[in-house]
Design a protein around this ligand. Structure first.
Ligand SMILES: Cc1cc2nc3c(=O)[nH]c(=O)nc-3n(C[C@H](O)[C@H](O)[C@H](O)COP(=O)(O)O)c2cc1C
Length: 403
């Protein structure tokens, strides 16, 4: 009797299926690190749930045979309006960010590379020249300039500054154990959780994840600090002022001439201040619900921010995107493009580079079929009239009209 061929088919039909596969495949602490979230998980839940309060307003006829999904983000031509948001993908897959970069390149889009990434910016740019390097506010100014110089020398075509982080500790569903390094002793201690996931283990062959941050290595040193070393530097760096944001943007602009994005904007007054600092783009984001719990879903605050500043800077959104229609809703309510985090991490965990490509294909075809149903021939035609917004959906944070 023949085996059912679909049973082993690694292709998946939705991001939710990829997440279930990731859960089956990854050791528990690695899966939990991707779920992430903070405190009660209110923001993390709202990020996804908010899209269920938005509907679409389809036409019954007059549909368009050809639909244009291409756009640009910070000067980069992309084939559809989805960009890889920076995430540290330590231990999910041996190729880590290089697999994500290859998949993004294969599908014609940009990768944002976290400064906590497990692979070097040089390797990632080699896999995808459309790389934006992402930095937190960590270390002193000389160190930050060195990191910017390295990212630019490697070929990064933009910088993302992520400043929304409040070092919140504690999750109601429990936090995963992250070892300082994976040596023999830790391997033995974590063995019960790992041996139950032989496919994940064999994918690493003999190179167990080393859990360091190569892009934070001091000049001349080949190895970066451990995750905890990097986190300590971050925690002990005084938090940035708005002058620091302008300083960072100016340094990057002077040394590279390339665009600068501020990620993590939720308030209208902050969006206006970001414009005053000279940013080229901002991402309306609550860090995937991993930062200050209780921050509303970015899609709820997007219209107010877009109305205030989209004529001056590019407005992106990230948080809770799991399907093409989510992307379409965000574009209709004022985003130029979206960034995704967990969606591609589930794909990477489920099936490596091909899994990330699979996720991008799901989003692309979902955008395309939504455009078809809405009777639009281009993502640039989308408008608020395409979306049915439940009463009380929107939030506007920050005193209106302030700067
Ligand atoms: C596991 C994980 C690690 C992350 N690491 C970073 C990071 O290093 N830098 C950063 O700017 N954002 C980081 N983020 C936030 C993402 O860039 C993005 O804002 C968020 O994942 C979007 O929400 P989504 O996961 O619902 O798509 C991380 C998110 C997750 C889930």
């Amino acid at each position: 009797m023949k085996l059912n061929p679909w049973k082993q088919n690694p292709w998946f039909e939705s991001v939710a299926v990829a997440q279930r596969r990731a859960r089956r495949r990854l050791p528990r602490p690695v899966y939990d690190a991707l779920v992430a979230g903070s405190e009660r998980g209110q923001s993390m839940s709202d990020n996804e749930a908010a899209y269920t309060e938005l509907g679409l307003a389809p036409h019954v006829a007059g549909h368009q045979a050809k639909r244009d999904l291409a756009t640009t983000v910070m000067g980069q031509q992309i084939s559809f309006p989805v960009v890889m948001s920076p995430t540290g993908v330590q231990a999910v897959h041996p190729d880590g960010e290089v697999a994500v970069a290859r998949a993004a390149a294969a599908r014609g889009t940009v990768i944002g590379l976290s400064n906590f990434a497990s692979r070097s910016v040089e390797d990632v740019v080699a896999a995808n020249p459309q790389t934006f390097f992402q930095m937190y506010w960590t270390g002193d100014r000389d160190v930050m300039i060195q990191r910017m110089e390295r990212a630019y020398a490697a070929g990064s075509v933009g910088l993302i500054a992520t400043l929304d982080w409040s070092f919140s500790m504690g999750r109601d569903w429990g936090s995963p154990e992250i070892p300082e390094r994976v040596d023999f002793r830790t391997a033995v201690r974590l063995a019960p959780q790992v041996v139950r996931k032989p496919r994940w283990l064999t994918s690493f062959a003999r190179n167990l994840p080393d859990l360091t941050a190569p892009n934070l290595a001091a000049p001349g040193e080949s190895k970066g600090p451990t995750f905890f070393g990097a986190y300590y530097e971050w925690m002990t760096t005084p938090p940035p002022t708005w002058d620091d944001v302008a300083w960072m943007r100016d340094q990057w602009s002077q040394l590279s001439g390339k665009p600068f994005m501020l990620k993590g904007v939720c308030r209208v007054d902050d969006a206006r201040r970001a414009v005053d600092c000279g940013v080229d783009a901002l991402s309306v984001s609550n860090h995937g619900g991993n930062n200050l719990d209780g921050t509303p879903a970015p899609i709820r605050v997007l219209p107010s921010i877009s109305n205030a500043v989209a004529d001056q800077v590019e407005v992106l959104l990230d948080g809770g995107i799991r399907r093409g229609s989510d992307v379409v809703k965000a574009l209709a309510l004022g985003a130029r493009a979206v960034m995704i985090g967990r969606a591609y991490l589930w794909g990477l965990a489920a099936n490596g580079q091909a899994g990330v490509e699979n996720v991008l294909d799901i989003l692309r075809s979902g955008i395309d079929s939504s455009l078809l149903g809405l009777g639009r021939s281009s993502i640039h035609e989308l408008s608020p009239t395409d979306v049915v917004v439940a009463p009380g959906f929107r939030r506007e944070l920050g005193p209106a009209g302030t700067s």
